[in-house]
Design a protein around this ligand. Structure first.
Ligand code: ADP
Ligand code: ADP
Ligand code: ZN
Length: 214
């Protein structure tokens, strides 16, 4: 099962993608996580990506596409995967389709998690991410058991630099401009599924599994 998560920054793509990956035993592939790991390890890719990420801009397609095409070709992705944060532009979607087509494969579902812009700033200012394992929480909606500490691995939780309100506004503009057109792209392919992302995360997940099946 090959699944793409669509939605504004903070819509809950990562939260749902992690649950999907667990339930269906497929890898969760997050381009944001890959870039953040590269930044942490001080790689060349990380240095380049950071310049864009800090400004709320997208990393250029040429730095993203090969990386994802390579990742989905790894053995653990043979039975499918859930892509979170990719594609984010029409050229990225086209490049993915082309790469899959060459293998006789295709994306099965594009799930759009819908959350209005008004809710996004609040979502992001409350988001806390684990420095070590990438687990995400929300101060109000999905709090960790102990304040500031990851439930899963015990390490520190931080507010991402790009989750500050000024940068979030920019990211929302970029989303509407460059990523939202993917909704039409996947509608035209007949694989777009919409879910309401404003309800409790367990209800969002139930609605997603109703679409994907047991
Ligand atoms: P969010 O979870 O809030 O949607 P991500 O963690 O997916 O954010 O991405 C963080 C940043 O990493 C983006 O703002 C962008 O700069 C960069 N990024 C991630 N995925 C892509 C992509 N597919 N194309 C271009 N830039 C990307
Ligand atoms: P994305 O990957 O789309 O950027 P995240 O999954 O990181 O979004 O979620 C953004 C923030 O909203 C996080 O703090 C997360 O804990 C919280 N969140 C996710 N789903 C819900 C939900 N259904 N209701 C309330 N808060 C949520
Ligand atoms: Zn952790």
């Amino acid at each position: 099962m090959k699944i793409i998560m669509l939605g504004a920054p903070g819509a809950g793509k990562g939260t749902q993608a992690k649950k999907i990956a667990e339930k269906y035993s497929i890898p969760h592939i997050s381009t944001g996580d890959i870039f953040r790991a590269n930044i942490k390890n001080g790689t060349e890719l990380g240095k380049k990506a950071k310049e864009y990420m800090d400004q709320g801009l997208l990393v250029p397609d040429e730095l993203v596409v090969d990386l994802v095409v390579d990742r989905v070709g790894q053995p653990d992705a043979a039975n499918g995967y859930v892509l979170d944060g990719f594609p984010r532009t029409i050229p990225q979607a086209e490049a993915l389709d082309k790469a899959l087509e060459a293998l006789g494969e295709k994306v099965d579902y594009a799930i759009n998690v819908e959350v209005p812009d008004e809710n996004i700033i609040n979502r992001m200012s409350g988001r806390r991410a684990c420095v070590a394992c990438g687990a995400t929480y929300h101060l109000v909606h999905i709090p960790p058991k102990t304040e500031g500490i990851c439930d899963k691995c015990g390490k520190e939780l931080i507010l991402r630099d790009d989750d500050k309100p000024e940068t979030v506004k920019k990211r929302l503009d970029v989303y509407h401009d460059q990523t939202q057109p993917l909704i039409d792209y996947y509608t035209n392919k007949g694989i777009l599924k919409e879910v309401d992302g404003t309800v409790d995360m367990e209800i969002v997940f139930k609605n997603i599994t109703d679409i994907l099946g047991e």
